[in-house]
Design a protein around this ligand. Structure first.
Ligand SMILES: [Zn+2]
Length: 201
């Protein structure tokens, strides 16, 4: 059920926004990317259609993750040296939102949380070291650079296609940690890797 209905600023098509957390929506008819402010939309350019590769998830598709029902509202794709990874924006039946990171078929359910401590400069973070991140001690397993490839559907932050990003991956106390550093800030996600049967679609 739509939280609100807007009209595409480029082609006029109706756009149903399903989560109150959504700040960016891509018109499914013309590919226009629109930022949502209050109940108005701002066009920001077109996004290339994302190529599918046999993911179990798809836009608008419902499913369960560890028994919790969700609907897939949108997706952001990041390019990096190793290829790309997708982040699917999920809305659970109780209204909570989360993200499912998918990298070569490996899925991790993550929730964005606020970064409460300053992060050392990206260049000073080395793989194999332990870095304090928001009261956690994170063992760093990977870092690199990439870019936002594109988005579709609706998502809860402003992903500008082509924007350069830096990422840092690690783990702390059995949780997977990912930091994505963009021009607008640092995005911290914590979550748990999923087994194949944890996700039913
Ligand atoms: Zn449109």
């Amino acid at each position: 059920m739509a939280e609100r209905t807007l009209n595409c600023a480029a082609c006029g098509a109706p756009i149903e926004v399903e989560s109150r957390f959504t700040t960016l929506v891509v018109c499914q008819y013309c590919g226009q990317t629109l930022y949502i402010h209050d109940d108005a939309v701002d066009p920001t350019g077109k996004t290339a259609k994302l190529v599918d590769y046999g993911s179990r998830l798809a836009l608008g598709k419902a499913g369960t993750v560890r028994g919790r029902r969700f609907k897939t509202l949108g997706r952001v794709r990041y390019n990096y040296e190793g290829g790309f990874w997708d982040e699917w924006f999920l809305r659970f039946d109780d209204g909570q939102v989360g993200w499912l990171e998918e990298d070569e078929g490996e899925c991790t359910l993550v929730f964005k949380t606020r970064l409460t401590s300053p992060l050392p400069p990206f260049d000073d973070i080395s793989v194999g070291s332990v870095v304090p991140v928001s009261q956690m001690r994170v063992f760093i397993t990977e870092k690199g650079t990439g870019s936002v490839a594109g988005a579709e559907g609706e998502i809860s932050f402003a992903a500008r296609p082509g924007e350069q990003i830096q990422y840092v991956d690690g783990n702390a106390g059995g949780k997977a940690i990912r930091l994505v550093i963009t021009r607008s800030g640092i995005d911290l996600s914590t979550g748990e890797p999923l087994e194949f049967h944890d996700l039913q679609v």
